[in-house]
Design a protein. Structure first.
Length: 154
């Protein structure tokens, strides 16, 4: 069921400066985040939470996963669980020391999603571990908020 809200304003300026009456804006939502100090009458800010960034080897994205490509499966997962994502399509290279200390590199795609709270972090980590196992990767780099780690399947 969808609620209809009628709001009466005293002045035209009050109407213009009022937040939109829709599901994306919640009164007081800016008071609990780092963006509230930048709030001004000329614009609105919507807190998306903290970013999570991870890197997937480009060659792995065409690999089959559940009757579709890994790229399509990951796309659906990110949209279903985080609402949106960004993928950098410019070539990115990861360089690291592999087993035995040898330098390794791989062309990769960088993904970014935003999350509020910590509830969705384990869900994302589980998905990345599944991808690492499917693709034969030893691990996948993940940065969530201000922390980074390597995600490996057990």
């Amino acid at each position: 069921m969808k609620a209809v809200v009628f709001v009466l304003y005293q002045t035209e300026e009050e109407r213009i400066l009022a937040p939109p009456q829709n599901c994306c804006y919640k009164e007081g939502s800016m008071s609990d985040n780092k963006w509230s100090e930048f709030e001004r009458p000329e614009y609105r800010l919507q807190d998306l939470g903290r970013p999570a960034v991870f890197i997937i080897p480009t060659r792995a994205l065409a690999q089959p996963m559940n009757e579709e490509t890994l790229a399509d499966n990951l796309n659906q997962f990110l949209v279903d669980n985080f609402g949106a994502y960004t993928a950098m399509t410019i070539p990115a290279f990861g360089i690291w020391r592999g087993p035995g200390g040898l330098l390794a590199s791989d062309e990769s795609r960088v993904y970014e999603v935003s999350f509020k709270g910590k509830e969705n972090i384990p869900l994302l980590i589980k998905k990345l571990a599944q991808i690492a196992e499917l693709t034969g990767e030893e691990c996948i780099y993940l940065k969530a908020g201000q922390y980074s780690c390597l995600v490996s399947p057990r």
